[in-house]
Design a protein around this ligand. Structure first.
Ligand code: BGC
Length: 414
């Protein structure tokens, strides 16, 4: 497209990174040594099985990403493959992820690695996971090991994905391992996230205290990992990937107060504990809750409001920490691909507005490159730019992926 045809388009800063994200357990297949695989054996969550077989098909999947104009790709390395037993590291897994990184570089795609995306090695989970006092040290040892082995091929590492989602689903809602549920969760649940699962959890008051302990340990784990990674490689950019729910309100002062309190507990409390040990921050944005709002919204297949504009204020919330930001995930489940293209355009426009307002946003990664295992909901929800046929494992690029491609290639949005 010529410059004149593009006139009026909103340009992004030069060097802005465009791409999509995945996570190991959700796409790789063949991961058996984790708390999630064990929970599947116990009938508590669906099996991930071979998933998208991305472990064996990453080259052709990256061909697709490249053909879609992506210049960045966020993925996670699987802790249980790399450290299958406490303190014993597996060179084969490292060789695999080095091949993954080389495949991205060969296609001109910049890698962003997440060191831990929800699944725990069985040995670590059985010893108490992040409830353990020594969990930060164990986690930091793993992180530093990975950076020592992959840091020459990747400059950007996030320690962990969405600590608040992990903690609340595991210890307040009890819908994810280790399935502990705070008895009053229904009373305090103020999100409209639609993440309601049939609970397999043991209910009680103790999960609340365990949740608080886990959140504290996760913050300690990030901070400790930051220091350990820096002692291995000064030049590595270390971030956290933070899930932000945008709590906002109508004009009513009580509702405004509710939104402030909710934003504090969901976002600022954790960020205040770790922001000094972040070189950059990743934002995962999926939903909002507007107190006192009578508006109706179209819904995604997750039953989440279609409100991509909220990413603007979510970015502004993280911009308060004065660090470079990147959109590490944002997207929707939309099997028919009916809303995705429009959603992406609006989300990218809102990202551009945040940059105009001063947020130092450096990249945008759509969730997800491929359809994938949506945790306790199995394979039914379709987030991918690329559709997966789980029988044949055939890949089909969805029409909306081409709308995003144009944005990526032009570094601009209409
Ligand atoms: C997670 C992904 C998940 C996505 C959609 C994020 O909370 O990082 O693993 O698939 O949201 O629910």
């Amino acid at each position: 497209m010529s410059e004149t045809q593009l006139s009026g388009w909103k340009k992004f800063p030069e060097g802005f990174m465009w791409g999509a994200a995945t996570a190991s357990y959700q796409v790789e297949g063949g991961i058996t040594n984790t708390d999630w695989a064990k929970a599947a054996e116990e009938g508590k969550v669906p099996y991930a099985g071979k998933a998208c077989d991305h472990y064996n098909r990453f080259e052709s999947d990256f061909d697709i990403a490249q053909s879609l104009g992506h210049t960045a790709h966020r993925f996670s390395v699987e802790w249980s493959r790399i450290e299958p037993e406490a303190g014993k590291f597996n060179e084969e897994a490292i060789t695999h992820y080095r091949a993954v990184l080389n495949a991205l570089h060969a296609r001109g795609i910049k890698p962003y690695i997440t060191l831990w995306h929800f699944t725990l090695p069985v040995w670590f989970a059985e010893a108490g996971g992040f409830e353990q006092e020594q969990s930060p040290e164990i986690f930091a040892r793993y992180c530093a090991y990975v950076v020592s082995k992959l840091g020459d091929l990747c400059t950007d590492f996030s320690t962990m994905n969405e600590p608040n989602v992990y903690g609340s689903n595991g210890w307040l809602r009890g819908s994810w391992p280790p399935f502990k549920r705070f008895v009053l969760t229904d009373l305090v649940s103020i999100t409209n996230s639609g993440r309601t699962f049939e609970s397999k959890a043991q209910k009680g008051f103790a999960p609340l205290f365990l949740y608080l302990r886990v959140m504290k340990n996760l913050a300690r784990a990030h901070n400790r990992a930051y220091d350990e990674i820096k002692s291995v490689s000064q030049k590595t950019d270390v971030s956290v990937v933070k899930h932000v729910i945008l709590f906002h309100a109508n004009g009513n002062p009580m509702n405004k107060l509710k939104a402030r309190v909710a934003n504090y507990f969901w976002t600022y409390r954790f960020m205040n504990r770790i922001h000094k040990k972040c070189d950059s921050i990743g934002l995962n944005y999926y939903f909002h809750k507007k107190f006192g709002d009578r508006g109706t919204y179209q819904k995604t297949d997750m039953d989440w409001d279609i409100y991509p504009e909220g990413i603007e204020d979510a970015l502004m919330m993280l911009a308060k920490y004065h660090k470079p930001l990147f959109v590490s995930e944002s997207g929707l489940a939309d099997e028919k691909d009916a809303y995705r293209a429009n959603y992406i355009v609006r989300q990218v426009q809102a990202t551009w507005r945040a940059i105009e307002r001063g947020a130092d946003v450096r990249g945008h990664m759509y969730w997800s490159l491929l359809d994938n295992y949506e945790w306790a909901l199995g394979f039914e929800k379709r987030f991918g730019l690329v559709e997966i046929n789980y029988e044949t494992l055939a890949r089909t690029v969805r029409p909306s992926a081409h709308v995003y491609k144009k944005i990526c290639e032009e570094n601009a949005v209409e």
